[in-house]
Design a protein around this ligand. Structure first.
Ligand SMILES: [Zn+2]
Length: 273
């Protein structure tokens, strides 16, 4: 081999060596990158798994949190119950709230009124479901040796207007507001309220009725037959009415019992005013 050829051979060999080294480098880098990507993927997977775990943990914790929320935020519960309360228009729901803030229309007349077939100071009506409950309450009282009398059940919008006007004439507006509802704001128009009395108070509607055996009996037992004492003692600032131990409101056994057990007024129970 000539010197010139020898030089060319060396250059060629050097070139091949460089190409070989470069190829190995590229392959090695490729392998590394692949490993790194895989490792990243694995990491990602792990991280996703741990996120999922976190999510699971959160989900598991959520029921407890939501239970706590329900427990601490009674209004959430009462909101649900509130759906049964219809305001502003006449309604046949037995849990309709009627008070100084929630009125019913002048034209509302319950379709299922019946004349109450019980001892009464006058003929009076109730919705049939309330009349059935009252019959059971009176029977239970009788079994305890007590005689209750109906005094005033359903009142039409017109009757309520006259009654309110009479109370305003007699007691002035402020006095009338405490003892009498404006027309459209009386539960008596729902056919679900009954004023009861007894011989011990001369068949009148007096605060002292609350202390009589009859008054005590309905206070302790009315809920079992679907009624509550709607305007309890010491709750005037909430109900807007003076204590009326004689005024029974029918709500059905479940709601009446729940309200009785809670010691709340209907407004407090539904979280409204
Ligand atoms: Zn009444």
């Amino acid at each position: 081999m000539r010197i010139k050829d020898k030089k060319r051979f060396i250059v060629a060999c050097g070139g091949l060596a460089i190409i070989l080294i470069l190829s190995i480098s590229v392959l090695t880098l490729g392998f590394w990158n692949r490993n790194e990507t895989q490792s990243e993927l694995t990491n990602q997977k792990n991280s996703q798994a741990s996120t999922a775990q976190t999510t699971n943990t959160k989900t598991e914790a959520d029921p407890a949190t939501s239970t706590q929320t329900v427990e601490t935020q009674q209004p959430v519960q009462t909101e649900t119950k509130n759906t049964a309360v219809v305001n502003g228009t006449g309604t046949d729901s037995i849990t309709t709230l009627v008070n100084k803030n929630h009125s019913i229309t002048a034209s509302y007349i319950p379709s299922d009124l019946v004349t109450v077939d019980l001892p009464s100071t006058r003929d009076t009506q109730l919705r049939s479901v309330a009349a059935d409950g009252l019959t059971k309450l009176f029977k239970a009282a009788e079994e305890s040796g007590l005689e209750l009398y109906c005094c005033s059940g359903y009142r039409s919008y017109e009757t309520q207007s006259e009654l309110y006007a009479w109370n305003v004439d007699t007691y002035g507006v402020d006095g009338a507001e405490l003892v009498s509802a404006r027309p459209g704001m009386s539960e008596h128009q729902l056919g679900l309220a009954m004023d009861v009395t007894s011989a011990s108070v001369g068949f009148d509607l007096l605060e002292s009725f609350g202390a009589t055996p009859e008054g005590q009996f309905i206070k302790d037992n009315a809920h079992k037959y679907g009624f509550i004492i709607r305007y309890p003692q010491g709750k005037t600032d909430i109900t807007g009415y003076a204590y009326e131990p004689w005024h029974l409101r029918y709500l059905g056994v479940d709601v009446a019992t729940a309200i009785y057990n809670s010691g709340k007024t209907m407004e407090e129970y539904y979280g409204t005013n």
